[in-house]
Design a protein around this ligand. Structure first.
Ligand code: ZN
Length: 329
């Protein structure tokens, strides 16, 4: 089996309003709306996906749309920041773009790289980190953000935990991460080839508050594994190290296992394939409601229940209204 996790596969969050969420991730951040599907465990609610042209593993930011859930600030036992990678020279572009669109943000630095901190439509903290790699990124040519400045997928995620020792131990002893730099209560780790897509920061925050699974928070982070065979090996290894791991679940676009790391953050390990083109050709990704075969019998009913989502086009984002994402928690 693989000696280490290659990097981030996707990050899944909870939104109150799938339309505002789409306006933000497509219209402001320039990601592609790559899949409109349902939450397989709550199938009368959406699961929507944004990413690069194909939703390449390492680029997919996804949301459960749970309109009736309360909104709350993230806390310990959660991913508290999702960081996207942009070219180092693109930060000035992003500052002026966000300013023009009325999105509050500030400049900061994360270890060796400059970064911009902002919040999405639901109040989830995001960063744009000026350290990118184009290795696996498939640009979307209709993005409202041009290729030179576009988001290249994830840079990293930040896990906040009350006590970091057991989390760090799982990441390094079992999952193959390597400890890197440290700054205050923040420890950086890298995995696989390292660099963007393969970085996790662990922040120790004993005072809390403890995060709850609700609107405005990250539900889980998924790590990559190349195929089903390697996934089973990870499952065995994690079970032997004392984790309570779910059986393999077929998510149609990939196969998944889930477990909580000792700090409480929900981890998934997802296969790279088959990917989002399993049921739509690349040029049509996100165009219709995609349902795994075993949910097809419910299509008519779901079409009726689920509200329409209008994906902004490049033309509409030129005059984008900032009102939808000005409010944070
Ligand atoms: Zn997931």
């Amino acid at each position: 089996m693989a000696a280490s996790i290659p990097g981030i596969h996707h990050v899944t969050c909870i939104t109150k309003d799938v339309q505002k969420c789409t306006d933000f991730y497509v219209g402001v951040l320039g990601l592609r709306f790559i899949k409109k599907s349902i939450n397989q465990d709550l199938p009368d609610t959406y699961h929507i996906y944004f990413g690069d042209y194909l939703g390449t593993p390492g680029t997919a930011m996804t949301f459960f749309g749970w309109p009736t859930w309360p909104r709350q600030k993230a806390g310990s036992g959660q991913v508290t920041t999702v960081s996207f990678a942009v070219p180092a020279g693109a930060l000035d572009f992003w500052s002026s773009r966000l300013k023009k669109l009325g999105v509050d943000h500030r400049r900061t630095s994360r270890f060796d790289a400059g970064a911009i901190v902002l919040r999405d439509a639901d109040g989830i903290e995001l960063e744009l980190v000026g350290q990118a790699s184009d290795d696996r990124w498939k640009p979307w040519h209709e993005s409202p953000v041009d290729r030179d400045h576009a988001i290249r997928g994830f840079h990293s995620v930040t896990l906040t935990v009350a006590e970091s020792a057991a989390t760090l131990d799982l990441l390094t002893s079992t999952m193959g991460f390597r400890k890197g730099q440290k700054a205050g209560n923040r420890t950086r780790l890298e995995t696989g080839a390292g660099g963007p897509h393969a970085v996790v920061d662990v922040v120790e925050s004993p005072e809390g508050p403890v995060g709850e699974e609700t609107v405005g928070t990250v539900h889980h982070v998924a790590w990559r594994t190349p195929d089903a065979e390697a996934q089973v090996s990870w499952r065995d290894l994690l079970m032997r190290s004392g984790r309570n791991v779910t059986p393999v679940i077929d998510r149609w676009y990939f196969k998944s296992i889930y477990f909580r790391e000792p700090g409480g953050v929900l981890f998934e390990i997802a296969t790279d394939g088959p990917g989002f083109t399993v049921d739509e050709p690349p040029e049509k990704l996100g165009a219709t409601l995609s349902l795994p075969p075993w949910f097809q019998v419910r299509r008519d009913q779901l079409d009726e229940i689920l509200p329409p989502i209008v994906v902004p086009t490049t033309a509409t984002t030129e005059g984008h209204s900032p009102a939808c994402h000005a409010a944070g928690p």
